[in-house]
Design a protein around this ligand. Structure first.
Ligand code: ARG
Length: 256
């Protein structure tokens, strides 16, 4: 299992805890079904074109998708596929379309040990036809910060409980931002870098989980974060950790 069931607060390995679904390693926990077309930028990153779900991601340009670095790490373009316009995991949706990937742009400073700089830009073969159920999401302004308690939404087809099964319908859940200081109190001072953003309830119960990685974390109508890691899923006292996109605006623009 990707997520350790038992580990003490300061001795867990993030590496093990953040194993992507692809390697045996998240569904939104405590969420509800999204409306069809509610998150037109949401994509499925699949194992090959038309393959099974590996991670989530977001459309940011006609042939550009942002996902998590750990979803791209060690992957060649030929092993990946991107499905746009999906709502049901196991059924064909009207605006669904699959794309091959021509380039995997893993962040140059991605660190698989501390999961820092967990971001990747995929270039697709061909361009996406946009429509009411398929579209881009905008980036935040560079270095934008989010006050503790800001309500953000995260979406994906990841497991609905830790170690459970994937969601059949795209899920969404609202979670409040937890300050870096408070997040460091949970995970340890060195584990949370400034370019990470944490979110979750003190009592747990709502979170992203295995299979959601790479997917969108939205504070308003912008791609504020990318699903990255956490200790288990929806555990009390352990918020979900996201790549804070505002720290990567220049990087993203230079890869467009
Ligand atoms: N690493 C997981 C994945 O690959 C996502 C984990 C998110 N965990 C959390 N507790 N928010 O799908």
């Amino acid at each position: 299992a990707a997520c350790l069931a038992v580990a003490s607060a300061r001795t867990f390995s993030k590496k093990a805890l953040s194993t992507p679904l692809a390697r045996g390693g998240g569904r939104i926990v405590g969420g509800t079904d999204a409306y069809p077309g509610e998150f037109p930028h949401q994509i499925m990153l699949t194992r090959g074109v038309g393959g099974s779900l590996m991670c989530g991601g977001s459309i940011v340009g006609s042939n550009k998708v942002i996902t998590a670095g750990h979803c791209c790490d060690g992957m060649s373009a030929s092993k990946l596929g991107v499905e746009v316009g999906s709502h049901n995991l196991y059924e064909d949706d009207p605006d669904q379309a699959s794309f091959a990937v021509s380039d995997v742009g893993l962040h140059e400073d991605y660190d698989s040990w501390n999961i820092n700089n967990d971001i990747c830009m995929l270039t697709l073969e061909g361009s996406i036809s946009m429509g009411s159920n398929v579209g881009t999401i905008g980036l935040p302004s560079s270095m934008e910060e989010y006050a503790e308690g800001t309500i953000c939404t995260v979406s994906g087809w990841g497991t609905t409980t830790e170690g459970g099964s994937l969601a059949r319908v795209l899920q969404k859940v609202d979670v409040p931002v937890v300050s870096d200081d408070h997040c460091r109190d949970s995970y340890g001072q060195a584990d949370i870098t400034d370019s990470m953003i944490c979110a979750g309830l003190d009592q747990g119960g709502k979170d992203s989980c295995q299979g959601d990685s790479g997917g969108p974390f939205m504070c308003g109508n912008q791609l504020s974060g990318v699903v990255s890691w956490g200790y288990g899923c929806a555990e009390a006292g352990y918020p979900g950790v996201y790549t804070q996109t505002s720290y990567f605006v220049d990087w993203v623009n230079s890869h467009m």
